[in-house]
Design a protein around this ligand. Sequence first.
Ligand code: F0G
Length: 473
Amino acid sequence: MPRSIIEPFRIKSVEPIRMTTREEREGYLNEAAFNPFLLRAEDVLIDLLTDSGTGAMSADQWASIMRGDESYAGARSFYRFAETVREIFGFQHVLPTHQGRAAERILFTTLCKPGDVVPNNTHFDTTRAHVESVGARALDLPIPEGRLPAAQHPFKGNMDTDALRAIIAEVGAARVPLVMLTVTNNSGGGQPVSMANVRAVHAICREHGIPLYIDACRYAENCWFIREREPEFAGRSPREIARELFSYADGCTMSAKKDGLVNIGGFLAGNDAALASAESRLLILTEGFTTYGGLAGRDLEAMATGLGEALDEDYLNYRIASTAYLGRRLTEIGVPIVQPPGGHAVYIDAGAMLAHLAPREYPGQALVGELYLEGGIRAVEIGTVMFGSTDPLSGEERTAPLELVRLAIPRRVYTQSHIDYVGEVFEDLYRRRERIVGLKMLWQAPPLRHFTARFERLHQGSPLSEGALGRKP
Ligand code: F0G
């Protein structure tokens, strides 16, 4: 009989989490105007808001922290960090940054100009915002299956290579300063990209002389999926797979808050010396000198250690299995999720689960509120609240193509019983899903309105979960 895939660690230091009553949570949620970003973390029992910077560091990483060299220039910690990045990613020029978006800002401001087009399988909101802030167009080219939550595909994060060829033909290679691949594809459901797709995108870029960059945040998880799902790579080490994956790219941006297993840190890396020199001028201007880039020496040490740990086979096996475990539980209950579950998160199709709510009644945000009320669980809406906007001409609100709720799993933080508890909360919620009431947006501040928007229940006086007034499907 196959045995359980267990947490490949034991716990040396614990952080208490606080139980609250439903009445208390009603009060907290009202104060936060139904926005999970406005809740205090100490009022949350299980925090699945993000997997970014929320992981647990290992004993080795904490030991690295003490070895941090805090010299302003030329710190030993920088050389150890840069050498680790060269070994894993194969890029010669390594610029540390405080997190992923700083690397993106430097890359896009250096490479892009107004009128350019930057294709990606799916841009994350920060890469999109940086591309647009320099006047270029951020284009999403996922494969058609990537847009269908229920469709099964082993590599739903792949880029549509025909669409890539078509856009290059349409605008001309000179207006495409780079192509980007996000591994795994966060906005597309945490879905992996296959090595075959990376090779195909690389070939198209090479043919047209366009650099290929990888948004590498969750590259280790992506490499594990390649090993599990792409027969050519069965049994190969994640490190070897990573080496091949990045060999097809000219550079990468990295938020080490994900697969670097640290609470803060990132980098920009590449092989073009002239470009790296231009980038380092910007780095010095806003982040810090080239050997620390806005981080402390101890952060660089923790990152160097974490980058290695994230490629450990037992860790990756456990990591991917634990996300799949939650996905399986929810599917058994009947909760519609983006299939198959991603690497770092399970995405619930709130539009399908709460089919009685229209997109402008914010089914995702309503479900997020309900999850918190029912079980003290914090998640995030990825739908019309996050991506919708007001049409400047009609004043109408544009809605998002999908109304999702993301349950992102912090690395090495929660145990199987925490996840079982999440499943139990969903069982109760699912049973009375038809009575969940929608929300009305009271206030918003674009862009990125989801961080601060305020809501109230559509039917005042009726508890969110007991919508006698809620329309039935
Ligand atoms: N790229 C992807 C694919 C991301 O998921 C993120 C962050 C970034 C870039 C930016 O990195 O936060 O270090 O500046 N994602 C987090 C999330 C915030 O919750 O998914 P950052």
